[in-house]
Design a protein around this ligand. Structure first.
Ligand code: GLN
Length: 543
């Protein structure tokens, strides 16, 4: 069963100095957490409705985020007043500043002027008993460039507060309590438009909250392995799917380090993976990383079900998703039966999930007083009759941290820096019917494109790239002979969050080279196009 000593093993917020970010619904809240992590300071986000008495750990400091509401409105969200009794420093950002002011005298109202975009801050310096408040702007210019997005303002300074900074429109762009460590700023230090915003966050977290900058993957890895061991116990077994992507590979390697062969990885070859992918992943995960892996070659079963599906792209996704669950479940049961009754090992009780922190943030972020908060889905029920508990060793990590962790654990660079690959694989890059012949063409063309991107040193610059196969034929001349053959569309995008994306501006020589190689080397293709739609309105994948 769970932890051997009956107590749950400690989570990072109990092991590392933690800055708690309370979310009032700003679209930038997650960035506050990320910036702190980039400074090697552990930070977690919780909704602004969090009751502090329910918190089983004590933060080193609290940041109140921005938000779309107005503090003076009926029904506006307010922080648990217990935050002011915690005896830790508090920084309010935008709505957060207004919230601190509201708590100290209800002195916020709608401004005559909204203020969006760049502003120049006039930073005031203090002496004597007030000098301690200057630590927030320590090392920053007196005319710091900041980014604003607000319509409300403080009518006057709350009692016992002093002004740290002003702008033309905001006489209270930065404030601090005279004695207590409460700070408020009207601008957003977490967005890159505030050029030295990270420095300000560091001043708050390190100099004011005294948080240690010890959140590194080298520190995390050992602690997480100990946590997994305690959670799973001495005999417990875990099962999980791997795909060759960075998240599942890193999660699998962590499990292997923690419990060895009591972690069973399953890779389902669905027949629509990249060229030679199943073989390469198998070698890397087993011979390279020592993971106990079972590969199920189910290509024929998938391709059989995809046969004749031409109408609705959603249908392809559903077929592949459902067939995957079927096969994973069959294999999981086989492994569980084989494991059953072994003296050395217990039953399979756990399912590994590669959940990352952005998924957690998405599920807990504050969506407004009227919106219901989504409950976190429990995939444990996914495997019928097995009643598995979920184990999510990456749930505190951002993607860049997962990559750093992978590097720390010796996972090869090509896996760590891999572009994302969709679950339904090439099936949604082959427009029209998916047949073994179409899969061959898409795989070969994609392989050439990616090989050339790597050779040109562009792979890490591009967020995602692939070759798609269009469901049309065009005429060409090859070897003086008229051909009627297929058309490949290349897609390459740059993005930071995959919510919006721009097409990658290749130089023309590069595209020419790729096109020549594909037409010459991939039998059945006579034309190559470059797809230039941005997202939105396009999506990154084609179907
Ligand atoms: N709604 C508040 C205002 O307009 C706060 C805005 C924010 O936090 N970005 O001032």
């Amino acid at each position: 069963m769970a932890a051997t000593n009956g107590e749950l093993p400690p989570e990072p917020h109990k092991l590392f100095d933690t800055i708690l970010v309370l979310d009032f619904g700003s679209q930038y809240t997650h960035l506050i957490t990320r910036r702190l992590r980039e400074l090697n300071i552990y930070s977690e986000m919780l909704p602004c409705t969090q009751k502090l008495a329910d918190l089983e750990w004590k933060p080193k400091g609290v940041i109140l985020s921005g938000g779309p509401y107005s503090v003076y409105e009926e029904g506006a969200p307010h922080v648990d007043p217990a935050v002011f009794e915690l005896d830790v420093p508090i920084l309010g950002i935008c709505y957060g500043l207004q919230e601190i002011a509201w708590h100290h005298g209800k002195n916020v109202l709608a401004g005559e002027k909204r203020e969006y975009g760049h502003a120049i801050l006039d930073v005031h310096r203090h002496t004597g008993k007030q000098a301690h408040a200057d630590r927030l702007f320590q090392g920053l210019e007196d005319d710091m460039e900041v980014w604003m997005s607000h319509g409300d303002k403080l009518s006057h300074l709350p009692t016992d507060f002093i002004t740290l900074a002003t702008t033309k429109n905001s006489p209270f762009a930065g404030i601090a309590h005279e004695e207590k460590e409460y700070y408020g700023i009207q601008f957003h230090p977490e967005v890159t438009h505030t050029k030295r915003g990270v420095h300000l966050l560091k001043n708050f977290a390190v100099d004011i909250c005294k948080a240690q900058q010890n959140w590194t993957m080298e520190e995390f890895v050992g602690k997480e392995i100990a946590r997994i061991r305690a959670l799973v116990g001495e005999k417990g077994q875990v099962i999980g799917a791997v795909s060759g992507g960075v998240d599942s590979t890193v999660a699998a390697k962590l499990m292997k380090e923690a419990i060895g062969d009591r972690f069973h990885a399953i890779m389902v070859d669905n027949g629509v993976m990249r060229l030679n992918e199943a073989k390469i992943v198998k070698e890397t995960l087993t011979a390279g990383l020592g993971i106990n892996l079972t590969v199920v070659d189910a290509s024929e079963r998938f391709l059989g079900k995809l046969k004749g599906v031409t109408d609705d792209p959603e249908k392809k996704r559903k077929i592949i998703g459902n067939t995957f669950i079927e096969i994973f479940q069959e294999k999981a049961k086989e492994i569980a039966e084989a494991a059953h009754g072994s003296e050395r090992e217990g039953e399979i009780e756990w399912l590994l999930q590669g959940t990352l922190y952005p998924d957690v943030i998405e599920s807990i972020s504050f969506k407004g007083p009227s919106a219901t908060i989504k409950t976190h889905h429990n995939v444990g029920g996914l495997l019928e009759g097995m009643h598995l508990k979920l184990i999510e060793p990456l749930r505190e990590l951002f993607k860049d941290e997962v990559r750093a962790l992978g590097t720390t654990m010796g996972i090869p660079e090509y896996l760590v820096w891999r572009h994302p690959f969709p679950g339904p694989g090439l099936a949604i890059r082959i427009l029209g019917e998916v047949t073994p012949e179409q899969v061959r063409i898409a795989q070969e063309a994609d392989h050439i494109f990616i090989e050339e991107i790597k050779a040109a040193g562009l792979y890490r610059d591009i967020s995602q790239a692939y070759a798609a196969l269009l469901p049309v034929k065009a005429v060409g001349v090859m070897g003086d002979k008229r051909v009627h053959a297929q058309v490949i569309a290349l897609r390459a995008v740059q993005t930071t969050d995959f919510m919006t994306a721009e097409c990658y501006p290749f130089d023309f020589k590069f595209l020419n080279r790729v096109s020549t190689r594909i037409v010459n080397e991939v039998h059945g293709v006579c034309r190559v196009l470059y797809e230039v739609t941005s997202k939105p309105p396009g999506t990154i994948e084609m179907e």
